[in-house]
Design a protein around this ligand. Sequence first.
Ligand SMILES: Cc1cc2nc3c(=O)[nH]c(=O)nc-3n(C[C@H](O)[C@H](O)[C@H](O)COP(=O)(O)OP(=O)(O)OC[C@H]3O[C@@H](n4cnc5c(N)ncnc54)[C@H](O)[C@@H]3O)c2cc1C
Length: 471
Amino acid sequence: MLDRRSFLGAAGALALAGCGPREERSDVVVIGAGLAGLNAARLLEATGARVIVLEAGPRIGGRVDTRKDAPGSPELGAADIGALYARVLDTAASLQIELAAWPQLPSAYSYHYAGRTFTAAEWPTLDINPFANELRNVAPSALGQRFAPQPNPLPDAGAWLQEEFAALDIPYGKYLAEAGAPAAALPLIGVGQQLATLDAESALWRLRNSKIGALGMAAAMQARQPARRYVPGGLARLPEAMAGSLQEGVVRLNQRVVAIGQDARGVTVRTASGTTVRAAFAVCTIPLPVLRQVAFDPPLPALVGEAVATIPYGAATSVVLHVEQPYWEADGLPPNLWTDSPLQRGFLNPSPVGEGHHLWIFSTGAADLAARGWTDAETGEYVLQELKRIRPSTAGRVSVAAIRSFTRDPLVLGTYAHRAPGQIRRFGNILSQPVGRLLFAGEHTADLASGMEAAMESGERAALAIATQRS
Ligand SMILES: Cc1cc2nc3c(=O)[nH]c(=O)nc-3n(C[C@H](O)[C@H](O)[C@H](O)COP(=O)(O)OP(=O)(O)OC[C@H]3O[C@@H](n4cnc5c(N)ncnc54)[C@H](O)[C@@H]3O)c2cc1C
Protein backbone atom coordinates (compact mmCIF):
# COMPACT_ATOMS: atom_id res chain seq x y z
CA MET A 1 0.00 0.00 0.00
CA LEU A 2 1.19 3.50 -0.69
CA ASP A 3 1.96 6.01 2.07
CA ARG A 4 1.24 9.74 2.20
CA ARG A 5 4.35 10.63 0.22
CA SER A 6 3.40 8.22 -2.58
CA PHE A 7 -0.15 9.57 -2.50
CA LEU A 8 1.08 13.10 -3.09
CA GLY A 9 3.48 11.74 -5.70
CA ALA A 10 0.66 10.02 -7.58
CA ALA A 11 -1.38 13.21 -7.56
CA GLY A 12 1.64 15.30 -8.58
CA ALA A 13 2.53 12.95 -11.41
CA LEU A 14 -0.90 13.59 -12.88
CA ALA A 15 -0.37 17.32 -12.85
CA LEU A 16 3.09 16.88 -14.39
CA ALA A 17 1.63 14.66 -17.09
CA GLY A 18 -0.32 17.70 -18.15
CA CYS A 19 -3.62 15.90 -17.69
CA GLY A 20 -4.93 19.01 -16.00
CA PRO A 21 -6.82 18.58 -12.76
CA ARG A 22 -10.50 18.10 -13.67
CA GLU A 23 -12.67 18.12 -10.58
CA GLU A 24 -16.21 16.85 -10.48
CA ARG A 25 -18.57 16.93 -7.53
CA SER A 26 -21.08 14.39 -6.39
CA ASP A 27 -22.78 13.15 -3.23
CA VAL A 28 -21.18 9.70 -3.47
CA VAL A 29 -18.36 8.31 -5.59
CA VAL A 30 -18.50 4.56 -6.11
CA ILE A 31 -15.28 2.87 -7.18
CA GLY A 32 -15.74 -0.24 -9.32
CA ALA A 33 -18.64 -1.26 -11.57
CA GLY A 34 -18.96 -4.89 -10.51
CA LEU A 35 -22.09 -6.12 -8.74
CA ALA A 36 -21.12 -4.51 -5.41
CA GLY A 37 -20.55 -1.06 -6.87
CA LEU A 38 -23.60 -1.19 -9.13
CA ASN A 39 -25.88 -2.33 -6.31
CA ALA A 40 -24.59 0.45 -4.05
CA ALA A 41 -25.06 3.01 -6.83
CA ARG A 42 -28.63 1.88 -7.58
CA LEU A 43 -29.67 1.97 -3.94
CA LEU A 44 -28.03 5.36 -3.38
CA GLU A 45 -29.71 6.85 -6.43
CA ALA A 46 -33.01 5.53 -5.10
CA THR A 47 -32.46 7.65 -1.97
CA GLY A 48 -31.95 10.74 -4.14
CA ALA A 49 -28.14 10.86 -3.94
CA ARG A 50 -26.08 12.04 -6.92
CA VAL A 51 -23.64 9.24 -7.72
CA ILE A 52 -20.58 8.84 -9.94
CA VAL A 53 -19.23 5.34 -10.59
CA LEU A 54 -15.57 5.11 -11.60
CA GLU A 55 -14.58 1.86 -13.30
CA ALA A 56 -10.98 1.12 -14.26
CA GLY A 57 -11.76 -1.25 -17.11
CA PRO A 58 -13.39 -0.78 -20.50
CA ARG A 59 -16.53 -2.71 -19.47
CA ILE A 60 -18.81 -3.16 -16.50
CA GLY A 61 -19.40 -6.40 -14.56
CA GLY A 62 -15.98 -7.12 -13.06
CA ARG A 63 -15.84 -10.82 -12.28
CA VAL A 64 -19.13 -11.34 -14.12
CA ASP A 65 -17.69 -11.83 -17.58
CA THR A 66 -19.77 -13.32 -20.42
CA ARG A 67 -17.73 -13.44 -23.64
CA LYS A 68 -20.44 -12.76 -26.21
CA ASP A 69 -17.93 -12.82 -29.06
CA ALA A 70 -16.68 -16.35 -28.27
CA PRO A 71 -18.35 -19.59 -29.43
CA GLY A 72 -21.41 -20.29 -27.25
CA SER A 73 -20.88 -17.04 -25.22
CA PRO A 74 -18.98 -18.69 -22.34
CA GLU A 75 -18.98 -17.41 -18.77
CA LEU A 76 -15.36 -16.77 -17.74
CA GLY A 77 -16.18 -15.77 -14.17
CA ALA A 78 -19.36 -16.19 -12.15
CA ALA A 79 -22.10 -18.38 -13.63
CA ASP A 80 -24.18 -20.00 -10.84
CA ILE A 81 -26.93 -18.20 -8.97
CA GLY A 82 -27.69 -19.95 -5.68
CA ALA A 83 -31.09 -20.48 -4.08
CA LEU A 84 -30.38 -18.04 -1.24
CA TYR A 85 -29.20 -15.21 -3.49
CA ALA A 86 -32.15 -13.03 -2.48
CA ARG A 87 -30.65 -9.76 -3.71
CA VAL A 88 -29.45 -11.20 -7.04
CA LEU A 89 -32.84 -12.86 -7.63
CA ASP A 90 -34.77 -9.74 -6.67
CA THR A 91 -32.61 -7.42 -8.77
CA ALA A 92 -32.85 -9.71 -11.79
CA ALA A 93 -36.65 -9.86 -11.41
CA SER A 94 -36.97 -6.09 -11.07
CA LEU A 95 -34.93 -5.64 -14.26
CA GLN A 96 -37.00 -8.25 -16.16
CA ILE A 97 -34.11 -10.68 -16.45
CA GLU A 98 -35.52 -14.18 -16.42
CA LEU A 99 -33.43 -16.93 -14.91
CA ALA A 100 -33.38 -20.61 -15.80
CA ALA A 101 -32.68 -23.68 -13.70
CA TRP A 102 -29.19 -25.02 -14.29
CA PRO A 103 -29.71 -28.03 -16.58
CA GLN A 104 -29.21 -31.50 -15.19
CA LEU A 105 -25.71 -32.46 -16.35
CA PRO A 106 -23.67 -35.42 -15.13
CA SER A 107 -21.82 -34.36 -11.97
CA ALA A 108 -19.42 -37.31 -11.69
CA TYR A 109 -15.72 -36.96 -12.50
CA SER A 110 -13.42 -38.87 -14.74
CA TYR A 111 -10.22 -39.07 -12.65
CA HIS A 112 -6.67 -38.88 -13.96
CA TYR A 113 -4.19 -39.32 -11.13
CA ALA A 114 -0.65 -40.70 -10.90
CA GLY A 115 -0.74 -41.42 -14.61
CA ARG A 116 -3.95 -43.47 -14.50
CA THR A 117 -7.45 -42.74 -15.76
CA PHE A 118 -10.33 -44.17 -13.73
CA THR A 119 -13.86 -43.66 -12.39
CA ALA A 120 -14.98 -43.44 -8.76
CA ALA A 121 -16.22 -47.03 -9.01
CA GLU A 122 -12.76 -48.27 -10.09
CA TRP A 123 -10.78 -46.33 -7.46
CA PRO A 124 -11.18 -48.90 -4.59
CA THR A 125 -9.59 -51.60 -6.76
CA LEU A 126 -6.52 -49.63 -7.91
CA ASP A 127 -2.97 -50.21 -6.66
CA ILE A 128 -2.39 -46.41 -6.56
CA ASN A 129 -5.15 -46.07 -3.94
CA PRO A 130 -3.03 -45.44 -0.78
CA PHE A 131 -5.74 -46.15 1.78
CA ALA A 132 -6.91 -49.12 3.84
CA ASN A 133 -10.37 -50.31 4.82
CA GLU A 134 -13.42 -48.13 4.19
CA LEU A 135 -11.31 -45.11 3.18
CA ARG A 136 -10.38 -46.98 -0.02
CA ASN A 137 -14.00 -46.55 -1.13
CA VAL A 138 -14.05 -42.76 -0.83
CA ALA A 139 -13.52 -41.11 -4.22
CA PRO A 140 -10.52 -38.72 -4.30
CA SER A 141 -12.77 -35.71 -4.87
CA ALA A 142 -14.92 -36.62 -1.84
CA LEU A 143 -12.09 -36.96 0.70
CA GLY A 144 -12.32 -33.35 1.95
CA GLN A 145 -16.01 -33.83 2.71
CA ARG A 146 -15.28 -37.18 4.37
CA PHE A 147 -13.22 -35.40 7.06
CA ALA A 148 -15.54 -32.43 7.43
CA PRO A 149 -17.43 -32.63 10.74
CA GLN A 150 -21.10 -33.61 10.49
CA PRO A 151 -23.00 -31.54 11.25
CA ASN A 152 -21.04 -28.36 10.55
CA PRO A 153 -20.26 -26.84 14.00
CA LEU A 154 -21.34 -23.39 12.78
CA PRO A 155 -25.08 -22.99 13.48
CA ASP A 156 -25.61 -20.26 10.86
CA ALA A 157 -23.91 -18.15 8.17
CA GLY A 158 -22.85 -15.41 10.59
CA ALA A 159 -21.34 -17.65 13.27
CA TRP A 160 -17.81 -17.42 11.81
CA LEU A 161 -17.54 -14.02 13.50
CA GLN A 162 -18.55 -15.29 16.97
CA GLU A 163 -15.88 -15.64 19.62
CA GLU A 164 -16.91 -19.19 20.53
CA PHE A 165 -15.77 -20.50 17.12
CA ALA A 166 -12.43 -18.65 17.05
CA ALA A 167 -10.60 -21.85 18.03
CA LEU A 168 -11.40 -23.16 14.52
CA ASP A 169 -9.39 -20.35 12.91
CA ILE A 170 -6.46 -22.73 12.33
CA PRO A 171 -4.73 -24.10 9.19
CA TYR A 172 -7.16 -26.22 7.21
CA GLY A 173 -4.58 -28.99 6.65
CA LYS A 174 -3.92 -29.20 10.39
CA TYR A 175 -7.65 -29.28 11.03
CA LEU A 176 -8.10 -32.16 8.59
CA ALA A 177 -5.23 -34.07 10.20
CA GLU A 178 -6.83 -33.59 13.62
CA ALA A 179 -10.11 -34.86 12.16
CA GLY A 180 -8.29 -38.09 11.24
CA ALA A 181 -7.24 -37.47 7.64
CA PRO A 182 -4.09 -39.53 6.93
CA ALA A 183 -1.11 -37.72 5.36
CA ALA A 184 -1.76 -39.52 2.05
CA ALA A 185 -5.18 -37.88 1.82
CA LEU A 186 -3.88 -34.32 1.94
CA PRO A 187 -2.45 -34.06 -1.61
CA LEU A 188 -5.71 -35.51 -2.96
CA ILE A 189 -7.79 -33.03 -0.97
CA GLY A 190 -5.46 -30.31 -2.31
CA VAL A 191 -6.57 -30.85 -5.92
CA GLY A 192 -8.64 -27.88 -7.05
CA GLN A 193 -7.84 -25.69 -4.04
CA GLN A 194 -7.16 -22.05 -4.85
CA LEU A 195 -4.50 -21.25 -2.25
CA ALA A 196 -1.00 -22.68 -2.58
CA THR A 197 -1.39 -25.15 0.31
CA LEU A 198 -4.21 -26.44 2.49
CA ASP A 199 -2.53 -24.82 5.49
CA ALA A 200 -2.66 -21.39 3.84
CA GLU A 201 -6.43 -21.29 4.47
CA SER A 202 -8.37 -20.98 7.72
CA ALA A 203 -10.51 -24.01 8.59
CA LEU A 204 -13.08 -21.58 10.01
CA TRP A 205 -13.31 -19.84 6.61
CA ARG A 206 -13.90 -23.22 4.95
CA LEU A 207 -16.61 -24.05 7.46
CA ARG A 208 -18.25 -20.66 6.87
CA ASN A 209 -18.45 -21.24 3.14
CA SER A 210 -19.64 -24.81 3.40
CA LYS A 211 -22.34 -23.67 5.84
CA ILE A 212 -23.52 -21.02 3.37
CA GLY A 213 -23.54 -23.62 0.58
CA ALA A 214 -25.46 -26.15 2.70
CA LEU A 215 -28.04 -23.55 3.74
CA GLY A 216 -28.62 -22.76 0.07
CA MET A 217 -29.12 -26.43 -0.82
CA ALA A 218 -31.51 -26.93 2.11
CA ALA A 219 -33.50 -23.82 1.19
CA ALA A 220 -33.79 -24.98 -2.42
CA MET A 221 -35.04 -28.41 -1.36
CA GLN A 222 -37.52 -26.99 1.11
CA ALA A 223 -38.94 -24.48 -1.36
CA ARG A 224 -38.74 -26.97 -4.24
CA GLN A 225 -36.73 -24.37 -6.13
CA PRO A 226 -33.64 -24.97 -8.29
CA ALA A 227 -30.43 -25.02 -6.22
CA ARG A 228 -28.60 -23.36 -9.12
CA ARG A 229 -29.81 -20.96 -11.77
CA TYR A 230 -28.19 -19.20 -14.70
CA VAL A 231 -29.03 -16.25 -16.94
CA PRO A 232 -30.03 -17.30 -20.46
CA GLY A 233 -28.20 -14.99 -22.84
CA GLY A 234 -25.33 -14.59 -20.38
CA LEU A 235 -24.89 -13.36 -16.83
CA ALA A 236 -23.41 -10.06 -18.07
CA ARG A 237 -27.01 -9.06 -18.82
CA LEU A 238 -27.46 -8.49 -15.08
CA PRO A 239 -24.73 -5.88 -14.44
CA GLU A 240 -25.50 -4.31 -17.83
CA ALA A 241 -29.14 -3.86 -16.86
CA MET A 242 -28.14 -2.57 -13.42
CA ALA A 243 -25.84 0.02 -15.01
CA GLY A 244 -28.54 0.85 -17.56
CA SER A 245 -30.99 1.62 -14.77
CA LEU A 246 -28.71 4.37 -13.37
CA GLN A 247 -28.96 7.99 -14.44
CA GLU A 248 -27.30 8.60 -17.79
CA GLY A 249 -23.56 9.24 -17.62
CA VAL A 250 -23.16 8.01 -14.04
CA VAL A 251 -20.86 5.11 -14.94
CA ARG A 252 -17.46 6.25 -16.21
CA LEU A 253 -15.33 3.55 -17.84
CA ASN A 254 -11.52 3.54 -18.15
CA GLN A 255 -11.17 5.56 -14.94
CA ARG A 256 -8.62 3.77 -12.75
CA VAL A 257 -8.59 5.16 -9.23
CA VAL A 258 -5.06 5.66 -7.93
CA ALA A 259 -5.59 7.70 -4.76
CA ILE A 260 -8.28 8.22 -2.13
CA GLY A 261 -8.08 11.11 0.32
CA GLN A 262 -10.52 12.31 2.93
CA ASP A 263 -11.01 15.10 5.45
CA ALA A 264 -13.80 15.99 7.86
CA ARG A 265 -16.09 17.21 5.05
CA GLY A 266 -15.62 14.72 2.28
CA VAL A 267 -13.54 12.43 0.11
CA THR A 268 -11.34 13.18 -2.89
CA VAL A 269 -10.75 10.37 -5.37
CA ARG A 270 -8.15 10.71 -8.09
CA THR A 271 -7.89 8.64 -11.23
CA ALA A 272 -4.90 7.81 -13.40
CA SER A 273 -6.40 9.91 -16.20
CA GLY A 274 -6.34 13.03 -14.09
CA THR A 275 -9.93 13.33 -12.99
CA THR A 276 -10.68 14.22 -9.38
CA VAL A 277 -14.06 13.51 -7.86
CA ARG A 278 -14.98 15.28 -4.66
CA ALA A 279 -17.91 13.74 -2.80
CA ALA A 280 -19.37 13.49 0.67
CA PHE A 281 -18.76 9.71 0.74
CA ALA A 282 -16.90 7.04 -1.21
CA VAL A 283 -17.75 3.37 -1.67
CA CYS A 284 -14.66 1.43 -2.68
CA THR A 285 -15.16 -2.06 -4.16
CA ILE A 286 -11.64 -2.57 -5.55
CA PRO A 287 -10.45 -6.16 -4.95
CA LEU A 288 -7.78 -6.18 -2.23
CA PRO A 289 -4.73 -7.19 -4.32
CA VAL A 290 -5.42 -4.16 -6.54
CA LEU A 291 -6.32 -1.92 -3.62
CA ARG A 292 -2.76 -2.43 -2.36
CA GLN A 293 -1.65 -0.17 -5.21
CA VAL A 294 -3.95 2.70 -4.21
CA ALA A 295 -2.64 5.61 -2.12
CA PHE A 296 -4.60 6.67 0.99
CA ASP A 297 -4.39 10.06 2.65
CA PRO A 298 -4.58 9.85 5.59
CA PRO A 299 -3.24 6.28 5.65
CA LEU A 300 -5.74 3.59 6.57
CA PRO A 301 -5.94 2.68 10.27
CA ALA A 302 -3.20 0.14 11.00
CA LEU A 303 -5.39 -2.95 11.38
CA VAL A 304 -7.45 -2.10 8.29
CA GLY A 305 -4.23 -1.57 6.34
CA GLU A 306 -2.92 -4.91 7.55
CA ALA A 307 -6.14 -6.66 6.46
CA VAL A 308 -5.95 -5.03 3.01
CA ALA A 309 -2.30 -6.03 2.68
CA THR A 310 -2.56 -9.65 3.80
CA ILE A 311 -5.99 -11.22 3.13
CA PRO A 312 -5.19 -13.86 0.50
CA TYR A 313 -6.92 -14.29 -2.87
CA GLY A 314 -7.18 -17.53 -4.79
CA ALA A 315 -5.06 -18.18 -7.87
CA ALA A 316 -6.81 -19.47 -10.99
CA THR A 317 -6.97 -19.45 -14.74
CA SER A 318 -10.25 -20.19 -16.55
CA VAL A 319 -9.83 -21.84 -19.94
CA VAL A 320 -13.24 -22.41 -21.50
CA LEU A 321 -13.43 -24.91 -24.32
CA HIS A 322 -16.32 -25.16 -26.72
CA VAL A 323 -17.48 -28.75 -27.08
CA GLU A 324 -17.77 -29.49 -30.78
CA GLN A 325 -18.73 -33.14 -30.22
CA PRO A 326 -19.56 -34.98 -26.99
CA TYR A 327 -16.15 -36.45 -26.10
CA TRP A 328 -17.71 -38.36 -23.19
CA GLU A 329 -19.78 -40.41 -25.61
CA ALA A 330 -16.56 -41.40 -27.40
CA ASP A 331 -14.92 -42.87 -24.26
CA GLY A 332 -17.91 -43.60 -22.02
CA LEU A 333 -16.42 -41.67 -19.08
CA PRO A 334 -18.11 -38.88 -17.10
CA PRO A 335 -17.57 -35.49 -18.80
CA ASN A 336 -16.10 -33.69 -15.76
CA LEU A 337 -12.40 -33.96 -14.98
CA TRP A 338 -10.43 -34.25 -11.75
CA THR A 339 -6.69 -34.56 -12.15
CA ASP A 340 -3.27 -34.02 -10.60
CA SER A 341 -2.25 -32.46 -13.93
CA PRO A 342 -1.93 -28.65 -13.88
CA LEU A 343 -5.42 -28.58 -15.40
CA GLN A 344 -6.79 -29.66 -11.97
CA ARG A 345 -10.51 -29.74 -12.68
CA GLY A 346 -12.89 -29.43 -15.64
CA PHE A 347 -16.65 -28.95 -15.55
CA LEU A 348 -19.22 -29.39 -18.28
CA ASN A 349 -21.37 -26.25 -18.35
CA PRO A 350 -24.31 -25.23 -20.50
CA SER A 351 -23.79 -22.51 -23.07
CA PRO A 352 -25.84 -19.56 -21.78
CA VAL A 353 -27.07 -18.90 -25.32
CA GLY A 354 -28.13 -22.51 -25.88
CA GLU A 355 -25.27 -23.36 -28.23
CA GLY A 356 -24.18 -26.73 -26.85
CA HIS A 357 -21.77 -27.07 -23.95
CA HIS A 358 -18.52 -25.70 -22.61
CA LEU A 359 -15.80 -27.59 -20.78
CA TRP A 360 -14.53 -25.13 -18.17
CA ILE A 361 -10.95 -25.96 -17.23
CA PHE A 362 -10.21 -24.33 -13.88
CA SER A 363 -6.47 -24.49 -13.20
CA THR A 364 -5.96 -23.39 -9.61
CA GLY A 365 -3.66 -22.88 -6.65
CA ALA A 366 -0.03 -24.01 -6.88
CA ALA A 367 -0.83 -25.59 -10.27
CA ASP A 368 -2.29 -22.38 -11.77
CA LEU A 369 -1.16 -22.11 -15.39
CA ALA A 370 -0.71 -18.35 -14.89
CA ALA A 371 2.63 -19.12 -13.20
CA ARG A 372 4.04 -20.33 -16.57
CA GLY A 373 4.07 -16.80 -17.94
CA TRP A 374 2.52 -17.94 -21.21
CA THR A 375 0.41 -15.93 -23.60
CA ASP A 376 -3.26 -16.91 -23.85
CA ALA A 377 -2.54 -18.64 -27.16
CA GLU A 378 0.26 -20.70 -25.55
CA THR A 379 -1.95 -21.53 -22.57
CA GLY A 380 -4.77 -22.66 -24.86
CA GLU A 381 -2.44 -24.84 -26.92
CA TYR A 382 -0.99 -26.41 -23.76
CA VAL A 383 -4.48 -27.18 -22.42
CA LEU A 384 -5.51 -28.89 -25.65
CA GLN A 385 -2.31 -30.97 -25.70
CA GLU A 386 -2.55 -31.86 -22.01
CA LEU A 387 -6.20 -32.84 -22.42
CA LYS A 388 -5.28 -35.02 -25.38
CA ARG A 389 -2.77 -36.78 -23.11
CA ILE A 390 -5.04 -37.31 -20.10
CA ARG A 391 -8.37 -37.53 -21.95
CA PRO A 392 -7.66 -38.65 -25.54
CA SER A 393 -11.34 -38.50 -26.52
CA THR A 394 -11.21 -34.68 -26.35
CA ALA A 395 -8.79 -34.48 -29.31
CA GLY A 396 -10.54 -32.74 -32.19
CA ARG A 397 -13.79 -32.57 -30.19
CA VAL A 398 -13.13 -29.38 -28.17
CA SER A 399 -11.68 -26.01 -29.14
CA VAL A 400 -10.53 -23.03 -27.09
CA ALA A 401 -13.37 -20.50 -26.75
CA ALA A 402 -11.89 -17.99 -24.27
CA ILE A 403 -9.27 -17.66 -21.54
CA ARG A 404 -8.99 -15.41 -18.50
CA SER A 405 -6.26 -15.66 -15.91
CA PHE A 406 -7.73 -14.06 -12.82
CA THR A 407 -4.32 -14.27 -11.16
CA ARG A 408 -2.76 -12.08 -13.82
CA ASP A 409 -5.73 -9.82 -14.51
CA PRO A 410 -4.57 -6.40 -13.30
CA LEU A 411 -8.09 -5.45 -12.15
CA VAL A 412 -8.42 -8.39 -9.73
CA LEU A 413 -5.04 -10.17 -9.31
CA GLY A 414 -6.79 -13.27 -7.97
CA THR A 415 -10.18 -15.00 -7.85
CA TYR A 416 -11.79 -13.90 -4.61
CA ALA A 417 -10.92 -13.40 -0.96
CA HIS A 418 -10.14 -16.26 1.39
CA ARG A 419 -8.88 -15.98 4.96
CA ALA A 420 -5.52 -17.22 6.23
CA PRO A 421 -5.38 -19.01 9.60
CA GLY A 422 -5.71 -16.51 12.46
CA GLN A 423 -7.06 -13.72 10.28
CA ILE A 424 -10.66 -14.10 11.45
CA ARG A 425 -9.54 -13.79 15.09
CA ARG A 426 -7.32 -10.84 14.22
CA PHE A 427 -9.52 -8.89 11.81
CA GLY A 428 -13.07 -10.11 12.41
CA ASN A 429 -14.83 -8.53 9.44
CA ILE A 430 -13.07 -5.19 9.85
CA LEU A 431 -13.44 -4.29 6.17
CA SER A 432 -17.22 -3.97 6.58
CA GLN A 433 -16.69 -1.03 8.96
CA PRO A 434 -16.59 2.58 7.69
CA VAL A 435 -13.23 4.36 7.69
CA GLY A 436 -14.49 7.89 8.18
CA ARG A 437 -16.32 8.80 4.96
CA LEU A 438 -14.94 5.81 3.10
CA LEU A 439 -16.90 2.55 2.96
CA PHE A 440 -15.40 -0.62 1.65
CA ALA A 441 -17.67 -2.98 -0.26
CA GLY A 442 -17.10 -5.95 -2.58
CA GLU A 443 -17.48 -9.67 -2.03
CA HIS A 444 -14.45 -9.63 0.27
CA THR A 445 -16.34 -7.54 2.86
CA ALA A 446 -19.57 -9.55 3.21
CA ASP A 447 -20.83 -10.92 6.52
CA LEU A 448 -23.33 -13.57 5.52
CA ALA A 449 -23.12 -14.44 1.84
CA SER A 450 -20.58 -15.69 -0.68
CA GLY A 451 -20.05 -15.17 -4.40
CA MET A 452 -22.26 -12.70 -6.26
CA GLU A 453 -24.68 -12.43 -3.35
CA ALA A 454 -21.75 -11.35 -1.15
CA ALA A 455 -21.04 -8.52 -3.57
CA MET A 456 -24.71 -7.47 -3.51
CA GLU A 457 -24.87 -7.71 0.30
CA SER A 458 -21.81 -5.51 0.64
CA GLY A 459 -23.10 -2.85 -1.75
CA GLU A 460 -26.37 -2.73 0.15
CA ARG A 461 -24.59 -2.41 3.50
CA ALA A 462 -22.46 0.50 2.24
CA ALA A 463 -25.44 2.27 0.65
CA LEU A 464 -27.53 1.95 3.81
CA ALA A 465 -24.70 3.27 5.98
CA ILE A 466 -24.39 6.34 3.74
CA ALA A 467 -28.14 6.87 3.43
CA THR A 468 -28.42 6.80 7.23
CA GLN A 469 -25.72 9.43 7.64
CA ARG A 470 -27.15 11.67 4.91
CA SER A 471 -30.67 11.67 6.33
C1 LIG B 1 -13.61 -17.91 -11.83
C2 LIG B 1 -14.69 -17.39 -10.93
C3 LIG B 1 -15.90 -18.07 -10.86
C4 LIG B 1 -16.91 -17.58 -10.03
N1 LIG B 1 -18.11 -18.25 -10.02
C5 LIG B 1 -19.11 -17.77 -9.26
C6 LIG B 1 -20.39 -18.36 -9.34
O1 LIG B 1 -20.63 -19.31 -10.12
N2 LIG B 1 -21.37 -17.86 -8.53
C7 LIG B 1 -21.16 -16.80 -7.71
O2 LIG B 1 -22.07 -16.39 -6.99
N3 LIG B 1 -19.96 -16.19 -7.67
C8 LIG B 1 -18.94 -16.63 -8.43
N4 LIG B 1 -17.74 -15.99 -8.42
C9 LIG B 1 -17.57 -14.83 -7.54
C10 LIG B 1 -18.22 -13.58 -8.11
O3 LIG B 1 -17.80 -13.40 -9.44
C11 LIG B 1 -17.78 -12.37 -7.28
O4 LIG B 1 -18.04 -12.61 -5.90
C12 LIG B 1 -18.47 -11.08 -7.66
O5 LIG B 1 -18.68 -10.95 -9.04
C13 LIG B 1 -17.60 -9.94 -7.13
O6 LIG B 1 -18.23 -8.70 -7.35
P1 LIG B 1 -17.54 -7.39 -6.78
O7 LIG B 1 -18.35 -6.25 -7.23
O8 LIG B 1 -17.24 -7.56 -5.35
O9 LIG B 1 -16.08 -7.35 -7.49
P2 LIG B 1 -15.73 -7.21 -9.03
O10 LIG B 1 -16.73 -7.87 -9.87
O11 LIG B 1 -14.31 -7.64 -9.16
O12 LIG B 1 -15.85 -5.64 -9.26
C14 LIG B 1 -14.82 -4.76 -8.89
C15 LIG B 1 -14.65 -3.75 -10.02
O13 LIG B 1 -13.65 -2.82 -9.64
C16 LIG B 1 -12.89 -2.50 -10.80
N5 LIG B 1 -11.61 -1.96 -10.37
C17 LIG B 1 -10.49 -2.62 -9.97
N6 LIG B 1 -9.52 -1.75 -9.66
C18 LIG B 1 -10.03 -0.51 -9.85
C19 LIG B 1 -9.50 0.80 -9.69
N7 LIG B 1 -8.25 1.01 -9.26
N8 LIG B 1 -10.30 1.85 -9.99
C20 LIG B 1 -11.58 1.67 -10.43
N9 LIG B 1 -12.11 0.44 -10.59
C21 LIG B 1 -11.36 -0.63 -10.30
C22 LIG B 1 -12.80 -3.81 -11.54
O14 LIG B 1 -12.47 -3.62 -12.89
C23 LIG B 1 -14.19 -4.38 -11.32
O15 LIG B 1 -15.07 -4.03 -12.36
C24 LIG B 1 -16.71 -16.43 -9.25
C25 LIG B 1 -15.50 -15.74 -9.33
C26 LIG B 1 -14.50 -16.21 -10.17
C27 LIG B 1 -13.23 -15.45 -10.25
